[in-house]
Design a protein around this ligand. Structure first.
Ligand SMILES: *[C@@H]1O[C@H](CO)[C@@H](O)[C@H](O)[C@H]1NC(C)=O
Ligand SMILES: *[C@@H]1O[C@H](CO)[C@@H](O)[C@H](O)[C@H]1NC(C)=O
Ligand SMILES: *[C@@H]1O[C@H](CO)[C@@H](O)[C@H](O)[C@H]1NC(C)=O
Ligand SMILES: *[C@@H]1O[C@H](CO)[C@@H](O)[C@H](O)[C@H]1NC(C)=O
Ligand SMILES: *[C@@H]1O[C@H](CO)[C@@H](O)[C@H](O)[C@H]1NC(C)=O
Length: 504
């Protein structure tokens, strides 16, 4: 069905039904994100659907990860748009990477020129939304959509709040003792503090690009200006659990931790797998983005050779493509499939170890079920995650590019034989689950709270009205220290004059 027709129909249905149930119409804007980020956004959307609300979801990826049963209350608008293809960066040069980042940011504004998007924004009559849920990913300019539909806005972030989120909410940024989630060295102290100022500079530069995109698409005086909209964000849901995962830092009451939401809200997939065997298990997955089909024979053999040493274990290996190498025939304890019910396996007390690339989702699942980790990070944040795993004694990490079968065997043995890892992550798991409310409850309570109180303006943080000088009281410090300096200088001068007189 044409989306605009289906959209109008939905509005009609909504209007007819809304008088009966206290159901709201919420706009979810989850564009220009990776699938792993979309999964977090959809988990939040799922909570709202369970509560009987109507959703309009605008995405740039298909909605494969939402259950069919819920789709009756969802209007989906697919904007067939892609961000600029990730050019292979041959240069590791810092300035080139920076320029590349700015170019991508610039390009992200093109989404607003897409015809589907324009139709959606120009739709008459203008649909009524009670709330905008924005999947936040360096897209402050999209806050203009909340201005367009005149509704409050709540953002969803996929990790521990980073500087952009802190400054959006007006949350204090304590670089001295709060390591950042993307920093592979988890810096703190002076070095981190200086790095923080440097990042602040980059942030301000990128914000200028976003402000320009905003004012092109949401011109004043028709719309409030960019800074006004940035200050209007009511809440931020962060896919993180500070209390158990750390680092501990000051957090505004409008910044809510929803770590674990993905585990609580994954669509029920009918699994045809019967796990009747009572043999101990090892789970092995390098994530959905890793293509085994094109991996070298040498690379595959490295793992086969390692797993040969553990014939008493069933090894559940997430392996896309067919078993053309006849691995399972030669080694019956290897179980290959494109997809395993990872959570079901991790939840089982027969599973001993999770060998993983260390994506945020996988680490969270291992933490939730308290299973020791053997990390084989491939890129980006996975390296940071693996580092934290090792630091916290939740497991071990190997360099996937140069480790040998022997390293893998040793790693597995160490995790199996030394109970410290299982014990530590089991304790962490208890901490992770011990909360007054689970993530689902946090989301449903606070979103409905925002709806009940017309955007919950009383939660507004006055720090957002202060500019940089005022926020850090730089003017006051300057005045006080200048006065003190002048006073001291005057006293010294006076002392000199008196001394001179005495000599005379
Ligand atoms: C869809 O929304 C209506 C109205 O709120 C509700 O009665 C119904 O149960 C919802 N459907 C599903 C599958 O949740
Ligand atoms: C969240 O907690 C509530 C209350 O304890 C419980 O009923 C619900 O099943 C929990 N939800 C999930 C997904 O764990
Ligand atoms: C796997 O087994 C099939 C059928 O027995 C055979 O045709 C194929 O050559 C084998 N592949 C390898 C790599 O041994
Ligand atoms: C493992 O779980 C099963 C039920 O799922 C339970 O019966 C069994 O006692 C558990 N074993 C251990 C060692 O905890
Ligand atoms: C792999 O390379 C890293 C540096 O890139 C090095 O620190 C590590 O020792 C190497 N490991 C092995 C097993 O060679």
């Amino acid at each position: 069905m044409n989306w605009s027709l289906s959209f109008s129909l939905h509005l009609l249905v909504y209007w007819l039904s809304s008088s009966a149930v206290q159901s709201h119409h919420i706009l979810g804007l989850f564009v220009n994100v990776h699938r792993s980020q979309l999964l977090v956004h959809l988990a939040v959307a799922r909570v709202l659907l369970q509560r009987g609300h109507q959703l309009t979801l605008v995405t740039t990826l298909p909605l494969d990860d939402l259950d069919e049963e819920f789709k009756e209350n969802v209007t989906h608008i697919l904007v067939d748009w892609q961000s600029s293809p990730e050019e292979k960066l041959s240069s590791n040069d810092f300035l080139t990477r920076l320029e590349h980042m700015f170019r991508r940011l610039e390009h992200s504004g093109n989404l607003l020129k897409h015809s589907t998007w324009k139709n959606f924004m120009a739709h008459t009559p203008k649909p009524h939304f009670d709330l905008l849920l924005l999947g936040y990913h360096f897209n402050d300019h999209l806050l203009g959509v909340a201005a367009h539909f005149k509704c409050p806005v709540v953002i969803i972030t996929t990790q521990q709040p980073i500087c952009q989120v802190n400054s959006l909410m007006g949350n204090p940024e304590e670089r001295w003792y709060v390591p950042q989630p993307y920093d592979s060295r988890q810096r703190s102290g002076l070095e981190a503090w200086i790095f923080g100022w440097w990042e602040k500079g980059i942030e301000l530069l990128s914000r200028r690009i976003l402000a320009r995109i905003y004012s092109e698409n949401f011109p004043s005086p028709q719309y409030p200006d960019f800074d006004t909209m940035r200050r209007s964000v009511v809440m931020s849901f962060n896919n993180h659990h500070m209390i158990s995962e750390g680092p501990i830092q000051p957090m505004l009451p409008t910044m809510l931790d929803i770590g674990g939401i993905l585990i609580e809200q994954t669509p029920k997939v009918k699994s045809n797998f019967e796990f009747s065997s009572k043999r101990p298990r090892i789970l092995f997955s390098l994530g959905t983005r890793f293509i085994w089909r094109t991996a070298s024979r040498h690379f595959i053999d490295k793992f086969v050779a390692a797993f040969e040493h553990f014939p008493d274990f069933d090894i559940y290996w997430t392996y896309d493509g067919s078993d053309s190498l006849n691995l399972t025939r030669v080694h019956p304890h290897l179980k290959l499939a494109k997809w395993w019910p990872q959570r079901e396996l991790l939840a089982s007390n027969l599973t001993r170890i999770f060998i993983t690339h260390g994506g945020k989702g996988s680490i969270t699942e291992s933490l939730y079920y308290g299973k020791p980790i053997l990390g084989l990070p491939l890129v980006g944040d996975q390296l940071v995650n693996a580092l934290k795993v090792v630091e916290k004694n939740w497991g071990l990490s190997l360099n996937i590019h140069n480790c040998t079968s022997f390293d893998i065997i040793q790693g597995i043995h160490q995790l199996l034989d030394n109970s410290i890892y299982a014990k530590t992550i089991e304790k962490a798991s208890q901490l992770y689950r011990d909360r007054p409310q689970n993530a689902t409850q946090v989301v449903s309570f606070w979103l409905e709270y925002t709806l009940r109180h017309n955007g919950a303006k009383h939660l507004y943080n006055p720090a957002r009205d202060l500019n940089f000088w005022q926020y850090y009281s730089i003017d006051i410090h300057l005045t006080i220290y200048s006065c003190l300096f002048l006073l001291v200088m005057a006293l010294i001068r006076l002392d000199q004059v008196i001394n001179k007189k005495q000599i005379c």
